[in-house]
Design a protein around this ligand. Structure first.
Ligand SMILES: [Zn+2]
Length: 465
């Protein structure tokens, strides 16, 4: 199956062949994580957890159900989510007095509790996060990891005394995101969404936008400044040093399993998935090449290599199944294991091993004495190459255009005066979404692509998932 020509089919097929997820569950958009896929996802979660713990966030775990009354408190927020909410209306045979919903995100579950937890300035900042499932009724066609109804979700929620402190939190969130993007090898643009497309209830949204090989942008996450929009609705106040009661300022940061979809889509090839070494459950697979008469010896040698590598902290395994080596090669290539180590009678005789890198299929022979050092170096260089390769693709995918008629697949950069009406015109003419403007800001030499007035900055437009 060719990635370039039949992306959708290719995407489904490589996920299935790598045994990352089984989408035959009888509810569309609710997929089954299989052991290999769940190992990848929980490794990714582990990196998220480490970053959040490092920055003094406390992990919490809130109930999945939210009473209707709490959900209804922030008007913009309900408007944004009400069409996608699953309701629980009955308990057994009896209708419930108060309808309950499955969280589509957890503001409305957490904030009534934040109201109880926060009393004084000494309780601030409050920095929490959780990694849970959230539920959204998607009406568009579902797609594994990209558009699903049960979403494996990370969300951090913070409360601060002032707007400025909340702004600092946004910067910290972006630093965390930079680090995660490098670990997962999914480069992104920090895109300040236009007002008409910000998160429901937010003051502003910085989207984590990546570019898929189809030329469409994908939002893998969002970082949101809430100001006091939610704290007013949920009455989350603190007493400052002078005894005055003030509303807190809040931020959130959300990521989802879409990141894994991004890894698969961006790095995979016609052979299958390619996993960055940091998130690969198996970083190097050792395949013994048996030969009549010396099977036992070769297998023992392979196990010995495995012990050496495990001892140095490399995640390895020996594939000692009784099937042809060729079949093993294909299987581990489909699963995206970064390195293959072949060990047969030639290697045993010469005191060497043969290494094959999955992403480039480059092959080399190294002496067994250098094995652990070489493998560690290679894993590091593969990780870097995947990041560089994807970063180049993203940079190449952004083109500045002077006429909206020239908009093409990829991300189109245009001059923009900042007026909403011109923004909508860009969307109408190109049949694309305006992703927004760069969070870090940028000067644009030239005029607004729509009205011809001097451009304040550049807007970015693309088709999206
Ligand atoms: Zn304009």
């Amino acid at each position: 199956m060719r990635k370039r020509d039949e992306f959708s089919e290719w995407y489904d097929e490589v996920i299935q062949n790598a045994e990352i997820c089984d989408k035959r569950y009888p509810i569309k958009g609710m997929n089954v994580w299989t052991p290999y896929g769940w190992k990848i996802m929980t490794r990714m979660d582990g990196f998220i957890r480490a970053e959040l713990d490092r920055t003094d966030h406390g992990e919490v775990h809130f109930p999945v159900l939210v009473p209707e009354g709490e959900f209804a408190k922030e008007a913009q927020h309900i408007k944004g989510f009400e069409e996608g909410v699953y309701w629980i209306t009955h308990a057994g045979l009896n209708p419930l007095d108060v309808r309950l919903l499955l969280r589509p995100t957890s503001e409305t579950a957490m904030y009534p509790m934040f109201n109880l937890w926060i009393r004084s300035h000494a309780d601030l900042p409050l920095k929490t996060y959780q990694i849970v499932e959230v539920y959204r009724y998607e009406t568009k066609q579902t797609r594994t990891f990209i558009r699903v109804r049960e979403i494996h979700f990370f969300e951090s929620h913070t409360c601060h005394a002032t707007y400025e402190e909340a702004e600092d939190q946004i910067k910290e969130n972006l630093e965390i995101m930079d680090s995660l993007a490098r670990t997962f090898c999914v480069p992104y643009l920090k895109m300040k969404r236009p007002d008409w497309d910000k998160f429901a209830g937010a003051d502003y949204t910085v989207a984590v936008d990546s570019l898929m090989p189809t030329g469409r942008a994908i939002q893998n996450g969002g970082i949101h400044q809430y100001k006091d929009n939610f704290s007013r609705a949920y009455d989350i106040k603190y007493e400052d040093e002078s005894g005055e009661h003030k509303y807190v300022h809040q931020t959130t940061f959300g990521l989802s399993e879409r990141l894994l979809g991004g890894v698969i889509a961006i790095h995979g090839d016609d052979r299958g998935v390619i996993l960055p070494p940091k998130i690969a459950p198996i970083q190097a697979i050792i395949v013994p090449i048996p030969e009549k008469g010396s099977q036992e010896e070769i297998l023992a040698g392979a196990r010995d290599l495995n012990m050496q590598l495990l001892g140095c902290g490399v995640r390895t395994d020996v594939d000692d199944r009784d099937i042809r080596p060729g079949a093993k090669f294909y299987e581990w290539e489909r699963k995206g294991v970064p390195l293959r180590i072949e060990f047969g009678s030639n290697e045993m005789k010469d005191g060497t091993v043969t290494l094959v890198q999955r992403h480039s299929m480059e092959k080399e022979t190294v002496s067994q004495g250098d094995l652990t050092v070489t493998v560690k170096k290679l894993l590091e260089s593969i990780q870097n190459e995947l990041w560089e390769r994807a970063s180049d693709e993203l940079a190449k995918g952004i083109r500045t255009i002077e006429d909206l008629k020239d908009a093409k697949a990829g991300i189109n950069r245009v001059g923009w005066c900042g007026e909403e009406s011109c923004g909508h015109e860009i969307e109408d003419v190109t049949d694309m979404s305006v992703l927004g403007t760069l969070y870090d800001g940028e000067e644009f030499e030239g005029d607004c692509v729509v009205c011809g007035k001097p451009a304040k900055t550049a807007a970015y437009a693309a088709r999206t998932y």
